[in-house]
Design a protein around this ligand. Sequence first.
Ligand SMILES: [Zn+2]
Length: 271
Amino acid sequence: MRAEYAIIGGTGVYDPALLESPTTEIVDTPYGQAQVTLGTFQGKSVAFMPRHGTGHSIPPHKVNYRANIAALKQLGVTQVLATAAVGSLQMKYEPGSLVLIDGFLDFTKSRPTTFFESGPVVHVDMTDPYCGRLRQAVKQAAERLGIPIHDGGTYVCAEGPRFETPQEIRLYQSWGAAVVGMTSVPEVVLAKEAELCYATVCMVTNYGAGISPTPLTHEEVVEEMAKNVHRIRALFFDTIAHLDGERDCRCPHAVGSQTPLTGQAEGERRP
Ligand SMILES: [Zn+2]
């Protein structure tokens, strides 16, 4: 099976009824296995990938991000729409709102962050980590559907799985960052290394520690997620319905421009 578009998210975002003749597959990659459900939507091939495995069984710092992105690449995916649950760092990003992030600050500690561990040294450009063209497509879908969305914002990626301290939240807040989560890095970096177009819509589930007057519980997070999944789902499928497959952004050449320096042949590149 092949797919051109992919959605990475929690199991709640995926609705099997939206895809025609869905099939679930385990994809073997050099980095391990990944699970996807493949099907078609309005004539377009779509892969759905639960980031944390089935039943949310893997914590954010243990997710096999390389296997996930490598699997999408192997399936022929070129454009990826991802969701991420986040805490808000600013009062204006209210719980329940959506944020189309355009940058990140990386505070992860223990995760493999590149496909290029050996062989040629590749420094992938991060000027536009979340594809500007794909972000524009998501924004237009939100306008068509009348779904309010914050356009732009910086995502702080924390290691987790613990939540942030009030001191950390104050620091991130003072830097002007919008939201904090645990999954976007290295996923966004690996997507760029794989020369995929990648955008993320964050679902704000709570205010960060010290911003909210009450401490957050896991139940509160789950409750806000449930309210938001249908809006995210509508947004992503409308975006895919209106994309024409053409990629006139720089993502398709994110690494390719460096291969002449290394002399590495096209076919040897990973993933
Ligand atoms: Zn792109």
